[in-house]
Design a binder for this molecule. Structure first.
Ligand SMILES: NC(=O)c1ccc[n+]([C@@H]2O[C@H](COP(=O)([O-])OP(=O)(O)OC[C@H]3O[C@@H](n4cnc5c(N)ncnc54)[C@H](O)[C@@H]3O)[C@@H](O)[C@H]2O)c1
Length: 261
């Protein structure tokens, strides 16, 4: 049985400027909503102009302080400009960054092409270097901050047709540990979430019924995750409740990897 708390959430991010990349839908949107519920001031980065505008308008209509930034995280110059704009618009440096944006293509080895791999790594791996670089200078001036990176269980267990995706998400874990060590002296924590199968348009919706049934059967908790269940882990890692957690990875996969490895 699935139960969710309806109790009011804590205000752990009160007044903190939070950047969430890929916030226009899916897990990123759930994280933006959760951070806002905890008092965060939300900057949403995405590339889909219409979707970003609609998402931010929806958040603002619910009384949330949110702004949208059309920023391709794969482009270093665009990322730097967007972070400058966020600090200007909110009048304060960024205290929390969630690297959530992804561009993914799952292909059999013989079909893997240069363009897809390039885009995947630009957005999901190199992009994290650009955002971390841009936010670090603001967090250093601020006296600290928290960065949360989205990896995937594909970094831990092999699924078919996921060579490039697995490489990208394993890279996210290495990047998380290396940046945690480098940024520790500045009071900046960097941690990763490793989600399993989460019901978003980008995941479950893409699979045929047989695959969905097989994957469900492999889940010890008997169901896929929900975006808000990843968002609650992100809120923990973004808040002072995790102040002694550094360079760690939290697996949130309903037990999928412990059962299959
Ligand atoms: N959904 C899952 O089952 C699952 C499982 C494991 C890990 N994850 C990870 O969680 C994160 C979110 O997944 P999701 O399913 O919500 O993805 P999604 O595809 O639904 O959303 C990704 C968002 O990123 C945006 N985006 C794409 N390219 C961008 C760019 N260059 N710059 C800025 N934004 C860009 C997209 O427009 C979209 O709004 C990803 O990092 C994903 O790899 C998801």
């Amino acid at each position: 049985m699935t139960t969710h708390t309806t109790a009011p959430v804590a205000q752990r991010l009160s007044g903190t400027v939070c950047v969430v990349t890929g916030a226009a839908r899916g897990i990123g949107l759930a994280i933006a909503e959760r951070f806002a519920a905890e008092g965060g001031r939300i900057a949403c980065f995405d590339v889909g102009a219409a979707r970003l505008e609609a998402t931010v308008a929806g958040l603002v209509a619910r009384g949330i302080e949110a702004r949208g930034y059309l920023a391709d995280v794969g482009r270093r110059d665009a990322v730097a400009d967007a972070f400058d704009a966020v600090e200007r618009d909110f009048g304060a440096p960024v205290g929390v960054l969630v690297n959530n944006a992804v561009w993914a293509r799952f292909q059999p080895l013989e079909e893997v092409d240069e363009e897809s791999v390039g885009r995947m790594f630009d957005v999901g791996l190199k992009g994290l270097i650009w955002t971390t670089q841009a936010v670090a200078s603001q967090m250093k001036r601020r006296g600290g901050g928290a960065i949360v990176n989205l990896s995937s269980t594909s970094a831990l267990q092999a699924l078919t047709h996921s060579i490039a995706y697995a490489a990208m998400k394993a890279g996210v874990l290495g990047l998380t540990r290396a940046s945690a060590v480098e940024l520790s002296p500045h009071g900046i924590r960097v941690n990763a979430i490793v989600p399993g199968m989460v019901g978003t348009p980008a995941s479950v919706g893409k699979f045929d019924e047989a695959t969905v049934t097989a994957r469900l059967a492999a889940m010890p908790l008997g169901r896929f995750g929900e975006p808000r269940e990843i968002a609650s882990v992100a809120a923990f890692l973004a808040s002072d409740d995790s102040r002694y957690v550094q360079g760690a990875e939290i697996v949130a996969d309903g037990g999928w990897t412990i059962a299959t490895r």
